[in-house]
Design a protein around this ligand. Structure first.
Ligand code: SF4
Length: 431
């Protein structure tokens, strides 16, 4: 039996795609082995969203070549699409797949070769990558959409993943039923720009959510991986009001809290518009978790512009933030702008916002002390069971047995070092 190993870099969409490749290869008779050891076939599912991700993708390719000089080397994904020239220089690579033909990976491996088709990335159809089960038992990602037509000035993703496209809702409902049958309690709807699912049609994201709520028996939680503030519609909020299955957590990328920077980034809102919308959301769901992404040290970001962002994130009371120092990507509009900042300034500003995020997170999590919450348990170690609430707050309780993949009501007693602790209200598994 031939063995294969896979390395996955980047986002949740890549994670989903890698899980689908693994499932398809195993059902075709291949055996999965650890990437750190010898294998007959190595698959590197790459990322090029930042310089660091691109460099890690290259390192994984060279690691695979070093580990077995005779192995078949397959390089897949965003780095192939954006940096094909660099890969052409590595003559040990057998198979390259960019944004297109990912569904043919197994077929190409069986043929022993495949060819990148990186042209026409604005005219790609959605490719269905089947998936029945994840290694991680509780939470499963479901890829509903791919690509982006927004072209934010800093972002390489529209070039790496191509145009916006999405899966038919019938296919997604069937896949969700399969994932739930195989034990997953929570499904995370994932994509590059999921708010544009089914755009300009009646079959939009709210329609898909309604179908998942109504048609997938046993599905306990639905989470949206990330959504733009401009795409949180009244229909979506109404649906959340009518069903607790959609968790009370929005991850909404802000990127900057300063209007002049947002304009240079080509983001489709002002800070005022962003703030008004999150206030509207909080009026309906007062304890909702709103987390965000911020890019620090964007081209030309002055100290004053940075301080405007610091004040704005404080005002927004985010539950946590992912902070990214700006990374120049070739061929993007921002790469051509003047005023790129040095690495030391970007690092120092990142540190300020990371500390701010830690503080905001602690404040948010502590709001649940002396409250009852629902926890989906995910791990059990040394008498401590741990899981997340719908708001994605980490909770631990003392337990004499594993409660993995069960939902229980927990009374939160205190907060310590980045997590909430509590006691089971009563040990009844929530259905
Ligand atoms: S919305 Fe902007 S940041 Fe997000 S993938 Fe599209 S271009 Fe990139």
């Amino acid at each position: 039996m031939k063995t294969f190993a896979i390395a996955t870099l980047g986002c949740k969409v890549n994670t989903f795609e890698s899980e689908s490749y693994i499932e398809s290869l195993i059902s075709s008779g291949y055996q999965l082995v650890d990437f750190k050891g010898p294998a007959d076939i190595y698959i590197i599912n790459t990322c090029s969203v930042t310089n660091t991700a691109a460099s890690k993708s290259r390192q994984k390719i060279h690691q695979a070549i070093r580990q077995n000089a005779d192995a078949m080397i397959c390089v897949v994904g965003c780095y192939v699409q954006t940096n094909q020239d660099e890969l052409n220089d590595i003559d040990r690579i057998d198979l390259l797949i960019g944004a297109k033909h990912k569904s043919k990976l197994v077929e190409y491996i069986q043929q022993g070769q495949g060819y990148p088709d990186i042209n026409d990335q604005r005219d790609i159809m959605f490719e269905n990558l089947p998936l029945k089960q994840y290694n991680h038992q509780t939470r499963a990602f479901l890829k509903i959409q791919d690509g982006c037509d927004q072209f934010c000035s800093y972002c390489i993703i529209p070039f790496a993943r191509g145009n916006e496209r999405w899966a038919p809702s019938d296919d997604l409902v069937e896949m969700a039923k399969g994932l739930v049958r195989n034990g997953h309690k929570e499904i995370v709807l994932s994509g590059i720009h999921i708010g544009r699912y089914g755009k300009d049609s009646r079959h939009d994201l709210s329609h898909l959510l309604k179908r998942l709520i109504d048609e997938v028996d046993g599905l306990r939680r639905i989470r949206l991986s990330s959504i733009e503030i401009t795409e949180i519609t009244p229909q979506l909020l109404d649906l959340m009001t009518s069903s607790e299955k959609i968790v009370r957590h929005f991850h909404i990328p802000l990127q900057s809290g300063c209007d002049t920077v947002l304009k240079r980034m080509n983001r489709p809102y002002t800070s005022d518009e962003f703030y008004v919308r999150i206030q509207e959301i909080r009026q309906r769901f007062p304890l909702i978790s709103i987390s965000t992404d911020v890019i620090v040290g964007f081209v030309g970001e002055s100290e004053e512009e940075f301080q405007t962002t610091v004040a704005f994130v404080e005002k927004c009371r985010f539950s946590f933030m992912h902070i990214f120092p700006y990374s120049m990507r070739a061929n993007t509009a921002a790469a051509l702008m003047s005023g790129h900042l040095d690495a030391i300034t970007k690092k120092a500003r990142s540190q300020i916002l990371i500390e701010k995020s830690n503080l905001l997170k602690m404040r948010y999590d502590m709001q649940f002390v002396n409250k009852e919450v629902s926890v989906l348990f995910e791990s059990f170690q040394k008498g401590i069971a741990t899981g997340h609430t719908g708001e994605y707050v980490l909770v631990s309780v003392i337990s004499d047995e594993s409660m993995n993949n069960q939902c229980h009501r927990v009374w939160i007693t205190h907060h310590k070092q980045g997590r909430n602790y509590g006691v089971l209200v009563k040990k009844v598994v929530e259905s």
